[in-house]
Write a protein that binds this ligand. Structure first.
Ligand code: GLC
Length: 731
């Protein structure tokens, strides 16, 4: 008998031991939930300050702390105000903007980025890092393009998933945002988006879907706009049916700040954590304003009166408790780290890999090591870019400017600087960084001084673009013009007239017009590169690093080339009353970015996936693991050879073209990529897996993905407009 007891006891112990972490976590969720009072339950589903929500001290459940943002951890704010608290210990490593990360086309860089920025968030005591943003670039004018990952849903999904896993490896939740259809800043709180299901599922949802299914993201941020007339922070279709239903998301849906407008909808439509609802935390609504949140006292009153039962409340609490138990309450020894040399190295590595060489006629670049005189021009060579852009704005522990980087990289050269143009002389980022670049000269004098300076220079490098000031890549304000601001075109034209070897470096998170591009032999897309800006850009200019970035979005020649052509498409039709709803329709459907330009045979300035190198690459013939697709996948392989004199990295892009579809489909769509590093003369074989989804379109009538039988071309190349080899497959 004793023996039997021992055996059963051992089996029971093993069962307990073999319980998965998830099972143990769920048991804790149920245990806490069963002990919580009604007040405690409603207490943890809404904010108690600008960036935190309450815990349950009686049960030892701590507060939950969130903070921006995707590129680094935001400075501490006042308890409930956007104003910075003026602390002296919250300057951070600033990482490159997410468009730069997307431009690396390197999943390992995304993982590195997430691990690194997540460690800074953990060290700062944050349980949730409010990023990444993955909204698709539908118009070059969107103010937050710089925070996102470009125009293609496959690329955005492939890059956001490892970023999310990286962040969460620190015991910090990522919060993929803004879910969904938040593709402009103009009237972002009042725009009601109408879109067909096919475009919704094929273009605007995939990155979020991959964040959930492959990134296993622990929280999702609802967006401000409306979809089908209902705010996306409490939208039954997008949250209950798609996110939590079809995708099985088990985390918490966090509202954007001030994105909740209705108690009944927030209760029924899946809002789990309400943040930022109108209150200054002190005197709005007279009494303690947080009690007036939609999911606070109004909800409690409905529960107490029996108007609503606790079903939804318990689901919300389970999701918030799960978020807490995965982060601040996970019992693991995560300490994180901040401002370490390693984080600087991480930021530098990502920045270096994201810079895109747009053109390099006559091999103007790289700058030779024995350059005597280098003239650096433009405000963007000196302007701090960590500050600005609104909620992703950061207090940099340091930020090396392009000018500083060039001086450090060419110690023996005479490096002369001229402003050439003036943008915003001062910028005030949440009062933690006020600098004044005011220049008393007139634009004409600035230009004259610049032209004088370039006369006997070996190299002339102009830094222009946008600067995260209002309307220039900034949340809350779309750009009002596709052209470069501050009269830069005039300056570049004048410089190009006297220097046929002018180098133009574009600092931006969005495409811009470049009417003078044929007169400029060399150009780089340099993004907002963060703390290590100066070193990254100087390394590429000097050839210490061979550029390997590829554009995550198209540079159209002009705004007129874009798929957005009517007011209904953008910014939407204005309502009668001031605070009314702007009706908008994505009539372009799936034809966004290169999908549009290729369907319309519109030649862009620079194509999606474009990016040159200081070396050259040759592709062999693409081969398939089988000529016929057998349902579970097919492998495309191609050999790539570095046929130049310097080592470099190539991004092999794989596009799928459906040759006989029953529906209209784009000319081709990105469905795979791989980055390969090659020494001069070296050859490697690159393999890319294509699953059934890679051949499918979303059939709205059947509400499912469909891969139709027939022929497909698999197109392999160095850019969407640089296909090197192709192979046919029959489904
Ligand atoms: C902002 C942004 C969101 C940010 C949040 C907190 O309005 O839309 O991206 O994380 O509020 O700052």
């Amino acid at each position: 008998m004793k023996k039997l007891f021992f055996v059963f006891g051992a089996i029971a112990l093993m069962c307990v031991a073999c319980k998965s972490d998830e099972q143990k976590l769920e048991e804790k969720v149920e245990s806490y939930l069963s002990q919580m009072t009604l007040e405690e339950k409603t207490g943890i589903i809404h904010a108690q300050s600008k960036f935190s929500s309450a815990g349950v001290p009686r049960l030892g459940i701590p507060e939950l702390w969130t903070d921006d943002g995707p590129h680094g951890v935001r400075p501490e704010t006042m308890w409930d105000a956007w104003t910075a608290a003026g602390q002296t210990n919250d300057s951070v490593t600033v990482y490159p903007s997410l468009t730069c990360l997307a431009a690396t086309w390197n999943r390992d860089m995304a993982d590195l980025y997430g691990r690194s920025v997540g460690a800074e968030a953990r060290y700062r005591g944050k349980d949730v890092l409010l990023g990444p943003g993955v909204n698709i670039m539908r118009t070059p004018l969107c103010g937050r393009n710089f925070e996102y990952m470009g125009e293609d849903p496959y690329l955005a999904g492939e890059i956001c998933a490892p970023y999310i896993r990286g962040v969460q490896s620190n015991g910090v939740a990522a919060c993929v945002k803004h879910y969904c259809l938040n593709n402009q800043e103009f009237k972002r709180h009042n725009v009601n988006v109408t879109i067909d299901d096919r475009a919704l599922y094929e273009i605007y949802l995939p990155a979020f879907e991959k964040a959930v299914k492959e990134g296993h993201v622990w929280s999702v941020m609802g967006s401000y706009n409306l979809y089908k007339g209902v705010h996306c922070c409490h939208n039954d279709i997008t949250i209950n049916k798609i996110l939590k239903g079809e995708w099985g998301f088990d985390g918490a849906l966090i509202s954007d700040w001030g994105g909740v407008h209705n108690t009944d909808e927030a209760i029924a439509n899946g809002t789990d954590l309400e943040f930022g609802t109108g209150t200054n935390g002190v005197d709005t609504n007279v009494e303690n304003a947080y009690d007036y949140y939609y999911l606070a006292r109004p909800y409690l009153n409905k529960l107490r009166s029996g108007e609503v039962d606790q079903t939804q409340l318990d689901d919300k609490c389970r999701r918030v408790l799960r978020l807490m138990l995965r982060t601040g309450m996970n019992g693991k020894e995560y300490y994180g780290s901040m401002n370490s040399p390693q984080h600087s190295a991480d930021a530098l590595a990502i920045a270096r890999e994201g810079i895109v060489l747009l053109k390099n006629d006559n091999a103007v670049l790289p700058v030779s090591a024995d350059a005597r005189k280098i003239v650096v021009l433009g405000e963007n060579a000196i302007k701090p870019m960590a500050v600005g852009g609104s909620s992703s704005s950061l207090k940099a522990r340091y930020e090396l400017s392009p000018l500083e980087g060039i001086k450090a990289a060419f110690p023996d050269a005479e490096v002369v600087y001229e402003r050439a143009y003036q943008g915003e002389p001062t910028i005030k980022g949440y009062n933690y960084s006020l600098y004044d670049l005011t220049d008393p000269r007139t634009p004409e004098q600035m230009l004259a001084d610049a032209l004088a300076a370039v006369q006997d220079a070996d190299y002339v490098i102009f830094f222009g673009g946008l600067n995260k000031a209002k309307y220039q890549d900034c949340e809350g304000r779309d750009r009002q013009d596709y052209a470069l601001p501050y009269g830069q075109d005039t300056v570049v034209e004048a410089l190009a007239a006297v220097r046929s070897d002018l180098v133009y470096v574009n600092v931006s998170g969005s495409p811009v017009a470049m009417p003078w591009i044929d007169k400029v032999p060399a150009a780089l897309q340099a993004w907002y590169l963060g703390s290590e800006t100066g070193n990254a850009i100087a390394d590429v200019l000097a050839g210490k690093v061979n550029p390997s970035g590829k554009l995550p979005f198209t540079f159209p020649v002009s705004l007129g080339d874009c798929p957005i052509r009517t007011e209904l498409q953008y910014p939407g039709i204005a309502p009668e009353e001031e605070k009314g709803i702007w009706e908008q329709e994505y009539t372009e459907g799936i034809y966004v970015g290169y999908r549009w330009y290729e369907a319309q045979n519109i030649k862009p300035l620079f194509a999606f996936g474009h990016g040159l190198s200081y070396t050259t690459f040759e592709y062999g013939e693409a081969k398939l693991s089988s000529k016929r697709f057998h349902g579970n996948g097919v492998t495309v392989s191609v050999s790539v050879t570095n046929t130049g004199k310097v080592a470099g990295a190539e991004v092999v892009q794989v596009y799928v073209s459906d040759l006989e579809a029953s529906v209209d489909r784009p000319v081709k769509e990105l469905k795979g990529f791989a980055k390969v590093y090659l020494e001069p003369g070296q050859t490697k074989t690159v393999k890319v897996e294509l699953d059934k989804r890679a051949f499918s379109f979303f059939d709205a009538a059947r509400h499912e993905w469909v891969a139709e039988d027939g022929d497909f071309d698999i197109l392999v190349g160095a850019a969407s407009d640089d296909i090197r080899t192709s192979v046919r497959l029959t489904l």
